[in-house]
Design a binder for this molecule. Structure first.
Ligand code: HEM
Length: 498
């Protein structure tokens, strides 16, 4: 979500300027706009910092340190778990309180909407699930989530993930040095595209990857749409992607109609296109059904949240394990045991085999907790809301900080330590308000189980095939989590090293 933050930095000063002038000239009328007198809650304590720039510089400076939550921690100790500030061009309420975060994410009454600036909305497209609200968001969320969680899908995608992981790993043995962050990105994109449109490796897939990389760059740019500008190039790439996806979706629709499959409610969908097309086939009877344009555009927007998060989780798991040999040893033992069982029985792996590796799941939980790949989500209140006596005025943004909760000593002992064993005591249910790497409530990540499965398969085959030595590398937390050198490692296959 690099684009999101950087964009705000670019517009921050001007928006801050506008806001400051507005505040100064009409402080009484702004109170009325926010309907502050209609609720009994009070604005949380906090400081708006400097005129124009607010506390933006402090916020960014903390992002460049190894403890990016220090911005939140400092204010939490001064003002409490929920405080107000002014960053990136907007007055904002920051919540580091798991209970408040939960209420915001549950979003009963659809009071909170995602808050993205105009250029991002343009890049996302009008149909993107990340910015649709109400009935449409719920419908698409349920359709996609239901499909990605289904045992049939998991059974099939497990084979695809295994295939792509093994191919990638096989190619690593010839490389003197490899960058995990780049390598994982290559095969996870293939899995994503397979899950969404069933595209196998081909010229079309290479084309899609190239154009998607070009498209995604536009998420961090000035919002100027003139020939030659970054935004313009990105939107052009998106047009080319749309053309390819349109052809695929139209062919699939035709094939479904010919076979009568679109009317078969019991047919098992192969991918997200199937799911959305089947829903769209009720056009005459169902005014809520999805149009073809929606489906085509939506498929592309579905690629955005999954594209970077999964490979970054894999990369960070490798980094944390490299720095914690005891955990790596226990993980390897657990996975070797499964491998031996499978070799002896001659059975194929199924997704439950991977998911039942308890220590491996604990390593994944701990990686997601410490890494904080999506460190927060931003919402805007459509009306005054009171949560635990705190007022969130209409029109204000709320930042629900997941990383602050994950790195709070009240919730985790020695929070900065990578300690997969801590999960043996607590478990990691989605009902745990103090563990929200996938968000929660209404917009809980529908890719949650797929992501865990992908990471598990990757770790299993990595640790049962190779030993590795990682070069020292540092995590950068701003604007998004990345490894400074993309985590270079040297691998030796286990057969050769023993
Ligand atoms: C480790 C990997 C991942 C992490 C940490 C992650 C995290 C998140 C988070 C925190 C949200 C909530 C955003 C919000 O509330 O505004 C979210 C939403 C979403 N994620 Fe993921 N995600 C991951 C992988 C994936 C994958 C692989 C897919 C697709 C197959 C995916 C698809 C989505 C979608 C479509 C949404 C929007 C849901 C909605 O607004 O209804 N994610 N993700």
């Amino acid at each position: 979500m690099e684009w999101f933050v950087v964009f705000w930095i670019l517009v921050g000063i001007s928006a801050g300027c506008w806001w400051y002038r507005k505040e100064k000239s009409s402080s009484s009328s702004s109170k009325n706009d926010m309907n502050m007198e209609q609720t009994s809650g009070v604005l949380p304590k906090g400081s708006f910092g400097w005129p124009l720039i607010g506390e933006t510089l402090d916020f960014i400076a903390a992002g460049y340190t190894s403890q990016p939550v220090s911005f939140m921690e400092k204010r939490r100790s001064l003002y409490g778990k929920v405080f107000k500030t002014h960053i990136l061009g907007t007055p904002i309420i920051v919540s580091t309180d798991p209970g408040v975060n939960k209420v915001v994410l549950q979003n009963h009454g659809n009071i909170f909407i995602p808050a993205y600036p105009k250029s991002i909305r343009e890049i996302f497209g009008e149909y993107s699930i990340l910015q649709t609200n109400g009935t449409l968001q719920k419908k698409v969320h349920a359709l996609i989530g239901g499909f990605l969680r289904s045992p049939q899908f998991k059974a099939r995608i497990t084979r695809d993930i295994e295939h792509y992981v093994k191919l990638a790993l096989a190619s690593w043995k010839d490389l003197p040095l490899l960058l995990i962050q780049e390598e994982t990105q290559k095969f996870t994109f293939k899995v994503l595209v397979k899950a969404l449109i069933s595209l196998d490796p081909s010229d079309d897939l290479d084309f899609l990857k190239r154009e998607f990389d070009e498209f995604i760059k536009g998420l961090i740019c000035l919002p100027i749409k003139l020939p030659g500008t970054r935004l313009y190039k990105s939107l052009k790439a998106k047009e080319r992607i749309l053309k390819l996806v349109k052809t695929i979706v139209e062919q699939r629709k035709l094939g479904m109609e010919r076979s009568g499959d679109h009317e078969n409610q019991n047919a098992i969908p192969n991918d997200a296109v199937d799911v959305l097309l089947r829903d769209g086939s009720g056009e005459q009877n169902d005014r809520q059904s999805l149009s073809l344009d929606f489906i085509i555009s939506h498929i592309i927007e579905l690629m955005i949240p999954g594209e970077e998060t999964v490979p970054m989780s894999m990369t960070l798991a490798v980094k944390f394990l490299s720095d914690c040999p005891v955990a790596l040893e226990q993980l390897t033992e657990e996975n070797m045991k499964l491998k031996r069982q499978k070799t002896d029985s001659g059975d194929d792996y199924c997704w439950t085999d991977y998911m039942s590796l308890q220590f491996t799941q604990n390593v994944i939980n701990e990686t997601l907790r410490v890494a904080n790949i999506i460190n927060a989500v931003w919402r805007k209140a459509l009306k005054d809301v009171e949560i635990k006596g705190i007022l969130i005025p209409k029109g204000w943004c709320v930042l629900t900080s997941f990383s602050s909760v994950h790195m709070d000593e009240e919730n985790y002992e020695n929070p900065y330590e990578f300690d997969p064993w801590r999960w043996e005591k607590t478990g990691a249910s989605v009902k745990n308000n103090c563990f929200t790497p996938f968000g929660g409530g209404q917009r809980l990540c529908p890719g949650l189980e797929l992501s865990r499965l992908e990471i598990s398969v990757f770790l299993h085959h990595l640790v049962t095939t190779y030993r590795w030595v990682a070069e020292k590398d540092d995590i950068i937390y701003f604007p998004t989590v990345k490894l400074k050198k993309k985590l270079p490692i040297r691998v030796t296959s286990i057969g050769n090293s023993s």
